[in-house]
Design a protein around this ligand. Structure first.
Ligand code: UT7
Length: 332
């Protein structure tokens, strides 16, 4: 069976930069608090009217160019997001139309911060079975339009940013062992309320009510400490399971790309795996947490900066709302 290789990567963040000092003007917070507790210095926010599909399109164009393929070669799209342009249909079909690829299948993945790893895992199965030859896998998010930028919402509002990352995958046609070695996916839905956007919900009739708006229940909410604790346990656990599965040790790994949730979480993941931060990718200072986009953005940056080279072993890991978590091991 041919392994799935990454043929090209790309990312895009909107031009508007919002610093911690900008947030200081909107709520009772400080640059010092945000940097110390999260490692974030700035993030990018879209202008009104720009959706996840727009960011996904820009990242996709870059990945297609990087792969050196014609977009018409793409035979399937998988798009991970928690912030679709609309309640329905999904963003995958909107991206498909924007790319001028009417006809091919487009699948939305709704697994939040772990969305890209879930999406990559699905793509891997399709490539390995020979069902598709060129899959566009994207993580794209617009978070900034639904965060509570008052002091009441500061625990969430300072964390998130907008952006998108994309990869093109296909079968390894060469005589070598490069490609995706494994993906491991996990979830525990008992924790759904630890990090969720409760409303609007079709469980309510009518779906929209003044009460829901007055109570501001349409903003995402989280139990930050629980998320923090679980993230620092589940990500190293998922990496260790993946390494064992592939008969690899941590010394065989050239780079770990964890979901960019909080620099302190990343440091604790590194410590738990017994590696220094030299082996761990972090770009949260520039982008904040871009949910499903964080791993493909970091992957693209790692490749383009030369930190990740051909034949290197990279381990991706993520944890987030659901709870969902997982890992992927790739020989680049
Ligand atoms: O992809 C997964 C998405 N979510 C996450 O990754 C979140 C994981 N959790 C975290 O990163 C951390 O829990 C936070 C960064 C959200 C919070 O850090 P913490 O060290 O756990 O702080 P805390 O929740 O213990 O709060 C400490 C204090 C509180 O004040 P009091 O009660 O001690 O007076 C908060 O109200 O910090 C306050 N606080 C803030 N202060 C200034 C919370 N948010 C802010 C803020 N600015 N933005």
């Amino acid at each position: 069976m041919k392994r799935t290789v990454i043929l090209g990567t790309g990312h895009y963040v909107p031009p508007k930069v919002v610093t911690n000092f900008d947030l200081e003007k909107m709520m009772d917070t400080s640059n010092e608090w945000i940097v110390q507790r999260t490692g974030i210095r700035e993030r990018h926010f879209v202008e009104p009217g720009i959706g996840s599909s727009d960011l996904a399109y820009e990242a996709s164009i870059r990945a297609i160019e990087d792969a050196g393929i014609d977009k018409s070669e793409i035979d399937f799209i998988i798009l991970a997001t928690l912030s679709p342009d609309h309640y329905f249909p999904g963003v995958g079909v909107i991206l498909q139309a924007k790319l001028g690829l009417a006809g091919i299948g487009a699948l939305d993945v709704r697994n939040q911060c772990t969305g890209f790893i879930y999406a990559l895992s699905v793509a891997d199965q399709y490539i390995k079975t020979g069902m598709y030859k060129r899959i566009l896998v994207v993580g794209a998010e617009v978070q900034s339009s639904n965060l509570n930028f008052s002091t009441e919402g500061r625990d969430m509002a300072v964390l998130f940013g907008d952006g998108a990352g994309a990869v093109i995958v296909g079968p390894n046609e060469e005589d070598n062992d490069r490609g995706i070695l494994s993906t491991h996916l996990f979830a525990d839905g008992r924790f759904l309320k630890d990090l969720w956007m409760e409303k609007p919900s079709p469980k309510d009739n009518p779906v929209f009510s003044n009460k829901m708006i007055e109570e501001k229940r349409y903003f995402p909410r989280m139990d930050g400490r629980s998320v923090f604790k679980n993230a620092t346990v589940r990500m190293p656990e998922a990496v260790k399971i993946a390494l064992k599965h592939n008969n690899l040790t941590i010394d065989d790994v050239d780079l770990i790309i964890p979901h960019q949730a909080n620099y302190r979480i990343t440091e604790l993941v590194a410590r738990s795996l017994g590696v220094s931060m030299d082996k761990v990718m972090s770009n949260i200072d520039k982008y904040g947490n871009t949910t499903a986009a964080s791993i493909p953005i970091a992957l693209d940056e790692a490749i383009k900066s030369g930190r990740l080279k051909k034949n290197d072993i990279v381990v991706l890991t993520a944890f987030g709302s659901g709870y969902t978590w997982g890992s992927a091991v790739i020989k680049m």
